[in-house]
Ligand binder design. Structure first.
Ligand SMILES: C[S@@+](CC[C@H](N)C(=O)[O-])C[C@H]1O[C@@H](n2cnc3c(N)ncnc32)[C@H](O)[C@@H]1O
Length: 175
């Protein structure tokens, strides 16, 4: 069984008991894994990365599995969720992963080259709280829905956008 299949099985099992995500079938989880991995080619060269609000593993844990050479910080304040992430780190031998059990604003992490996040907060807020944690030429990758353009305008930043259906993958630099 590959690591993504093990992750899927464990998430289904844990969620039956702890109910911390809406994804309840293998198909739904597979869709989230595919969504998480879609921008992989554009980011796989980064050596340090941080995911804000990883929840049940998307996109941070999935990307960390796919990028074993990259040091990943998965920042998640909710106990049920960070306990699951810690369990998966051990179960899958993810030596490149550190689970940070707090809100990003309170986290003690040195600046990284890449920050990712999906479904956590509006773009302008993400940019504001990311600043202290991003290296000078670092990038932010946002997984956004159809409101992406409006949010970018409000945040007044330039970005490269890759669209797939309703999903917009947004790459921001120079924040
Ligand atoms: C709607 S869930 C999304 C989870 C996952 N990223 C996904 O797309 O399935 C939002 C997550 O962000 C976390 N969160 C909210 N505010 C946060 C903050 N300031 N720093 C880090 N995580 C935060 C919550 O605990 C929650 O698990």
């Amino acid at each position: 069984m590959n690591k993504f299949d093990i992750f899927t099985n464990e998430l289904l099992k844990w969620n039956k008991v702890h109910k911390f995500t809406n994804y309840k079938t293998p198909e739904e989880i597979r869709e989230q894994i595919e969504d998480s991995l879609y921008p992989l080619e554009k980011i796989k060269h980064y050596k340090t990365a941080l995911d804000i609000g990883t929840g049940a593993g998307f996109p941070g844990l999935v990307l960390a599995i796919a990028m074993p050479e990259t040091k990943w910080y998965l920042v998640e304040p909710l106990k049920k969720r960070y306990s699951f992430l810690n369990y998966m780190k051990i179960k899958l031998n993810l030596d490149n992963v550190k689970i940070v059990p707090s809100r990003l604003e309170k986290a003690d992490i040195d600046p990284v080259e890449l920050i990712t996040t999906r479904a956590v907060m509006p773009t302008s807020k993400i940019i504001e709280i990311s600043r202290p944690y991003l290296e000078k030429n670092g990038k932010i990758l946002l997984y956004k829905g159809s409101n992406a353009l409006e949010e970018l305008k409000e945040a007044k930043v330039n970005a490269e956008i890759i669209s797939k259906g309703n999903r917009n993958y947004i790459f921001i630099k120079d924040i």
